[in-house]
Design a protein around this ligand. Structure first.
Ligand SMILES: Nc1ncnc2c1ncn2[C@@H]1O[C@H](COP(=O)(O)OP(=O)(O)OP(=O)(O)O)[C@@H](O)[C@H]1O
Length: 670
């Protein structure tokens, strides 16, 4: 956890090694390292090029050679055409036919070289495009892998929209940097430098004047270019925030519509975009919207280009003027002046394109800061071993799991709220193959225990062991493969029922096995009633199934994983009586021969448990079986009295029988 406060680039310190695997006591919690919107690494072109592997480097080399070829062709052509001009006015040639033959020779040569240049240019752009596609595909794959590797606390802090935006628009920006802007910038720079050398070759005086002009224009336009880069970055940041809102709303459309909150969501999005229909005049109001930033960005952009082109071509006339003077002074030929003129036009265009490319490079580098931050972020769980030897020493992957769970003096707060204790000094022994019900008031920390057992978070103090192995020393994949988890509202994926049931099941499963598991989970009957049976698509997040059906599919999934520990978060939301009964039967089958820890809300579940853990105010207040706790634990009595599910199922007289002495005669409505 200490690493959370360090830059991901920082080398590990001895302090880190003290926090190694198996350490019973970790450091105090630190707030998750980054505020989502500010997460940023130093952008660098070098890092971008490191994304290239051997094939791309080779292609880059080919592209470079093609670039030299095409630009050499472009630059040599004016020199050849200059010869044709000089032939035209050459007083030593008296015969027009002879003159035309010489001109034709030079012009045919110039046309052939130009065509070769165009072909080389076409090939260069194609190769560069392929390089860009390969780099962005690799970047997206790595980035997605990296996102999947992050610990749950990271996802508590980072909204999915923001991450999707990094995978989508940020990587697209980087692609255009690699495949277009940077190569264009280099090409145009080389072109401008070569043209300048050729200009010096033609006339030192004229070239000196032109160079002075180029430097002056560059210096004057640089601040505008910088401003353009800043505005581009701001634009991307606000767009990212808008995307975060929209992804959240689109992903929760049922909630949005149920609360008739479409207008609210529209406003939230529009507040970031700046809907032009709400802006009476074209001048943007003083709010941070993409419209406002884009408005100024276009102004600066057009100002920048107008200045570079305008000043460039204005200056061209000044040099041309001086050039005529030099021709009259016999310091250069007319042909030389036409070639010089072509070069200075080339430089003007090159500078314009360089300006456009550099603005895009700045924009891309802004995005690269966000992308590289994520790419370099070291997941806090599991902590990265400092060396291969440490990995071998520290990580345990036992042959089998028995399922004996122990919590010893566990204290915990969520990394996003480090000062708010959620568990304090919790000690608990859960023998293998028994069922433990966690009960307690809302917010007592029951679901947190379930999360900690899956090592979604690391504890701050104390120790959690499974079969006497410290949780932090166990191979994380092995651990999670041996733990089944059925959530209150299970998440299914937009796949078929079969695919959902086999999600996370690594071995081959026969149809018989699949059906047996779904029969045990009381899911088989409703599945075969569906038109496409096990091949039925369940819709995004399983929306096409009822709550009870989703739970039964999730239980079947847990059964198929052959998990040794089953974690159940019982639904608080009411299922109808029949569905509840079926889910209960499914759970009854699932618990046999497993260590089961259930966040219990139903009296039936609580009563059947081998031990009941009563939690209150972040602590365990009592542990026992139902009858004992009813007798001696006031908190438990209170809880049972309040169990809403129980109230639904048990009549007042039944309640008095169930809780003698706890329900009073006048306790009509508990
Ligand atoms: N991801 C999180 N980040 C920060 N705080 C959290 C997070 N999840 C839960 N909490 C806080 O931790 C405390 C315990 O939550 P937990 O979900 O474990 O309670 P619970 O006993 O399961 O409650 P319930 O019966 O209502 O589900 C609560 O105060 C809650 O606000």
């Amino acid at each position: 956890m200490i690493e959370a406060e360090k830059s991901s680039n920082d080398p590990p310190t001895s302090e880190d090694s003290n926090q190694g695997h198996g350490s019973p006591t970790s450091s105090l919690p630190s707030k998750v390292d980054d505020n989502a919107a500010l997460a940023y690494s130093k952008p660098s072109v070098r890092k971008l090029f490191h994304l290239m592997d051997k094939p791309e480097k080779l292609m880059q080399l080919v592209s470079f050679v093609l670039m030299i070829g095409s630009e050499a062709a472009n630059l040599i052509t004016p020199l050849i055409v200059a010869n044709a001009y000089d032939v035209l006015v050459d007083p030593t040639i008296s015969n027009d036919e002879e003159r035309m033959t010489a001109i034709s020779y030079y012009m045919i040569l110039a046309i052939i070289i130009s065509i070769a240049g165009i072909i080389a240019g076409f090939l260069r752009v194609t190769v560069q495009g392929v390089v860009g596609e390969r780099v962005v595909a690799r970047l997206r794959c790595r980035l997605y892998k990296q996102i999947l590797k992050q610990e749950i606390a990271f996802f508590d802090e980072h909204k999915s929209g923001e991450l999707v935006s990094r995978l989508g628009s940020d990587t697209t920006l980087l692609q255009s940097v690699v495949s277009q802007s940077l190569p264009d910038f280099f090409t145009q720079t080389i072109k401008a430098i070569t043209a300048m050398i050729l200009m010096f070759y033609l006339s030192v005086k004229l070239a000196g004047l032109a160079l002075g002009g180029v430097v002056l224009i560059f210096l004057l336009s640089a601040p505008m270019g910088k401003l353009l880069g800043q505005l581009s970055k701001q634009y991307q940041d606000i767009l990212g925030q808008a995307q975060t809102h929209s992804t959240e709303a689109i992903g929760s459309m049922r909630t949005v519509q149920a609360f008739a909150a479409e207008r609210k969501e529209e406003t939230r999005y529009n507040n970031k975009i700046g809907n032009p229909d709400d802006i009476p005049l074209w001048w943007p109001p003083n709010e941070r919207t993409t419209y406002r930033v884009g408005f100024f960005k276009s102004m600066v952009q057009s100002g920048f280009f107008s200045f570079v082109f305008g000043a460039g071509f204005g200056f061209l006339n000044v040099t041309l003027w001086y050039g005529f003077y030099l021709v009259l002074q016999d310091e250069m030929t007319l042909g030389d002046l036409t070639a010089f003129n072509s070069y200075i036009i080339s430089i003007g265009f090159a500078m314009g394109q360089m300006a456009g490319s550099i603005a895009k490079v700045f924009e891309g580098l802004g995005a690269s800061g966000r992308v590289f931050h994520l790419l370099e972020r070291v997941p806090q769980i599991p902590k990265t071993p400092l060396s291969d030897e440490e990995k071998l020493d520290a990580i345990i992957k036992p042959q089998t799991m028995v399922g004996h769970v122990k919590l010893e003096g566990v204290s915990f707060s969520y990394p996003s709220r480090p000062n708010q204790p959620v568990l304090e000094d919790v000690t608990l022994t859960i023998p293998a193959n028994t069922t433990t019900a966690l009960v307690g008031s809302s917010g007592a920390g029951k679901s947190t225990i379930v999360s900690l057992l899956q090592r979604f978070y690391d504890i701050n103090k104390g120790k959690i062991t499974i079969d006497d192995h410290d949780l932090q020393s166990l191979d994380l994949v092995w651990l999670r493969q041996h733990i089944g988890y059925v959530q209150q509202e299970p998440t299914l994926f937009g796949l078929t029922i079969r695919e959902n049931m086999l999600y996370g099941v690594e071995r081959d499963v026969t149809q018989e096995e699949l059906e047996a598991a779904s029969k045990d989970a009381h899911a088989h009957d409703f599945i075969i009633d569906m038109p496409e049976g096990y091949e039925t698509l369940v819709g995004e997040r399983g929306v096409k199934l009822s709550g009870g059906q989703k739970q039964r599919v999730a239980i079947a999934r847990a059964l198929l994983t052959n998990c040794r520990i089953l974690l159940l978060d019982e639904a608080t939301s009411a299922l109808d009586a029949e569905s509840e009964h079926l889910v209960q039967q499914a759970i009854d089958k699932a618990v046999v021969g497993r260590t089961v820890i259930v966040v219990a809300h139903r009296l039936s579940t609580i009563r059947q448990a081998d031990q009941i853990v009563v939690m209150d105010n972040h602590r365990v207040v009592d542990v026992g079986v139902h009858d004992d706790l009813l007798e001696k634990c006031p908190k438990y009595q209170d809880l049972i009295k309040r169990q809403s599910i129980m109230m639904r199922n048990v009549s007042q007289s039944g309640l008095k029988k169930l809780l003698p002495g706890v329900i009073d005669e006048d306790d009509e409505d508990v």
